[in-house]
Design a protein around this ligand. Structure first.
Ligand code: ASP
Length: 438
């Protein structure tokens, strides 16, 4: 059994968090490969180490002294080292980095040092080997990851060892350090899990998994126990601030279960993400997995007698939007009318040109624009098996005085999407949650 475990910035923020990480790792001998982020915020008004490193780089760029920012970075790691009672010579590492900064350093290399220091200290604390990501996480010259070469190298290097790996960066073919996108330690962990064919990839953070709704809108929403990658994608598409399913493609490719866990509540099972679940024993369970929404949409409705039976009308309309670079999010249609749901910000600069072009090309009976629309999606793989779900949802919203301006259901029946007036945005989410989850 092998578990690849990744700890995010909040789990690495100070010595207290380091102690929690150590007890989690020590609680299960399968947790032999540990991937870490740079130290994150200790409180809401604190700074992430990676942000401070970016700030240092900006100072260097403009020839302004970055001493005070660098000191904040140094202090954080020295105090973690001291409070954990470690002997890592972090001062020499910091001095070497400072010297390199004087000589000239790339932005990627400088900002990658947060993860590097974190991993050095955590390896010492756990008694594991430090395994530098630059030894195995290989980029191609075009910036994509050379998965095959990386996997092979990691397999060779990690064989039979317990290791701590810094997240967020790897190496270019010419030996230069290159970082992944922000938040990229998730990718490092996923790559390591896939390379080593781990039984599970545990992603430890500061929440007990993905929540069923935005906690700023719904009080104490429940965490999602199990979610598929497709559901996750639906939820993030409609605005849920959750782990982006694209960042964990390596584990998805190999169908390795991904478990989001809370370092501050290690007994909580968190959220399990997989390609699919056997829900057959779970038929009684709630049919909504999560609810999310986004504000600031406009609906353009075009009506013209005979439009539905004329070949090419929809294409013409779509092309006009396309030529202005406006993406169509949803396109519910009725007989002889078509509604296009588009981002208000995207359409605003070219709305009148688009309307003019539609007028000219189609000579419709009417064109109508509705502003201040919000989209709310109820996502759930179990909706497929339950007749009457959409009816229940619409009835409940109606009973609560919410006027539905648009309805759309994906052909895969994974979601039901409603467009409502933005003034009803929060209450729509609350009503759905309270009626179908609580
Ligand atoms: N430290 C990096 C960042 O802040 C990467 C990570 O934490 O995943 O983006």
């Amino acid at each position: 059994m092998l578990k690849v475990v990744k700890f995010g910035g909040s789990s690495m923020a100070d010595a207290k968090q380091f102690a929690k990480v150590r007890s989690i790792v020590q609680a299960d001998p399968a947790r032999r490969v540990v991937v870490v982020s740079a130290a994150g915020k200790r409180s809401p008004d604190d700074h992430k180490l990676t942000d401070l490193l970016y700030l240092c780089y900006a100072h260097l760029q403009y020839g302004v002294s970055c001493d005070s920012v660098f000191q904040m970075i140094a202090d954080r790691y020295v105090s973690i080292r001291d409070e954990c009672g470690l002997s890592t010579d972090i001062e020499s590492e910091l001095a070497a980095l400072r010297a390199q900064m004087e000589r000239g350093i790339s932005q990627d290399e400088l900002v990658s040092r947060g993860e590097y220091f974190s991993a050095l200290l955590m390896a010492d604390y756990l008694g594991f080997d430090f395994l530098d990501a630059k030894l195995w996480l290989k980029f191609k010259f075009d910036g994509s990851i050379d998965q095959e070469a990386s996997y092979e190298e990691l397999r060779r290097l990690a064989e039979g060892r317990s290791v701590v790996i810094p997240g967020f960066y790897g190496v270019m073919p010419d030996g230069r350090i290159r970082t992944l996108t922000r938040g990229g330690s998730d990718i490092t962990g996923a790559l390591a899990a896939a390379a080593l064919d781990a039984d599970v990839y545990e992603n430890w953070t500061d929440v007990s998994g993905i929540l069923m709704a935005d906690p700023r809108i719904v009080e104490n929403p429940l965490p999602i126990e199990r979610i598929t990658y497709n559901e996750l994608r639906e939820l993030s598409f409609v605005g849920a601030q959750v782990l982006h399913e694209g960042t964990v493609f390596p584990v998805r490719e190999k169908n390795i279960p991904l478990n989001i866990r809370n370092t501050n509540d290690p007994d909580h099972p968190g959220t399990l993400i997989m390609e699919e679940f056997d829900d057959s024993e779970d038929a009684e369970h709630r049919f909504i997995t999560g609810i999310a929404g986004k504000k600031n949409f406009s609906i353009v409705t075009i009506a013209k007698n005979g439009m539905s039976s004329t070949v090419g009308t929809f294409r013409q309309i779509f092309e006009i939007f396309e030529s202005h670079g406006v993406s169509i999010e949803y396109a519910p249609s009725g007989i002889d009318c078509l509604s296009l749901v588009v981002s208000s910000d995207k359409v605003a600069p070219c709305l009148y040109s688009i309307l003019g072009e539609i007028q000219k090309a189609l000579k419709p009976d009417s064109i109508h624009v509705t502003e201040n629309i919000s989209i709310v999606a109820a996502v759930g793989r179990k909706m497929v098996f339950q007749p009457g779900v959409s009816g229940k949802i619409f009835a409940t919203l109606g009973e609560n005085g919410i006027n539905i301006r648009m309805i759309s259901q994906g052909p895969d029946e994974l979601n039901i999407i409603v467009g409502v007036d933005t003034k009803d945005f929060a209450s729509t989410i609350q009503v759905l949650y309270n009626s179908f989850v609580k």
